[in-house]
Design a protein around this ligand. Sequence first.
Ligand code: NDP
Length: 312
Amino acid sequence: MSDNIKKCVIIGSGPAGYSAAIYASRANLQPIVYTGPEPGGQLTITTDVENYPGYPNGVQGPEMMEEFKAQAVRFGTEVIFEMITKVDFSGPVHKIWTESGEEIQAHTVIIATGASAKWLGLESEQRLMNQGVSACAVCDGFFFRGQEVAIVGAGDTAAEEATYLAKLCTKVHMLVRRDEMRASKIMQERVKNTENIEIYWNTSTDEILGESEVTGVRVINTKTNEKSEIAVQGFFVAIGHKPNTDMFKDWLDMEESGYLVTKPDSSKTNIEGVFASGDAQDHVYRQAVTAAGTGCMAALDAERYLAAKGII
Ligand code: NDP
């Protein structure tokens, strides 16, 4: 067998990717992690992580991901800061290509590409992107210190980001499309108990206002159809995520929403030697700890596959 064929390539560097790498490197699979465009994954754009076991006082997302990486590197994982743009799983040996055009061959591929923020799809949102429109309060909230902002969404992300923004901004206008929030009770309470957050129920976004920078938002009350304008300098979108699985659509079974389908009680996809983990595959739990768990499963499945094939 050619030495150039890697035993295990991991695409993605969030909790799933690095957990897979820790297990794969300790099993001597000499894994290579391709970090993708957001090294460390979504946790690097969050602040306090309070629900990851082992951190009784909480931990900062970026710091936790540095520790994941250090643990993987300690056992021999190679980490490459590049994006994978194309795959060919017609195999038996799988091929992947980096953004710079390099071809890599691998016996097993672990997909841990995670998910990315969803957008409303308004023309004004696109036009004013990074001119006041953002999908990451932790990244961009700083720019709106002492100003008024709006945030759309009603899940845990929106609740977390609204309370984060409330610490920086004079007022946060939270636009909720139904008459209730999806966020966990504790997060909802935090939002409701924050004085400078105003919740607008049954409210959807009609247009983000401004020519070259955000000056406000026009909203519609979905019960009365009444339109009104709120003057804000920043507009934050926090309406969930889409799995980063587009490049696999010619090869792997996926749900309509793009989440990869794995065989029951395993990380196996429909292609031998290709395993899926984390938010690219899990639309139900979507937690760092569950992503880490499925990353571990993928590494164990990859190891068993390689052993069964007599490759290790
Ligand atoms: P969710 O899918 O949970 O929530 C998305 C929210 O956006 C919903 O309230 C939804 O409204 C709203 N929404 C969707 N599309 C639109 C639209 N076009 N216009 C207006 N509103 C819209 O995504 P999250 O990112 O909030 O959370 C994802 C997962 O991550 C969850 O499991 C969550 O618990 C977890 N999480 C946990 C955190 C923590 O524990 N610290 C922090 C952040 C996330 P509707 O309710 O009407 O569908």
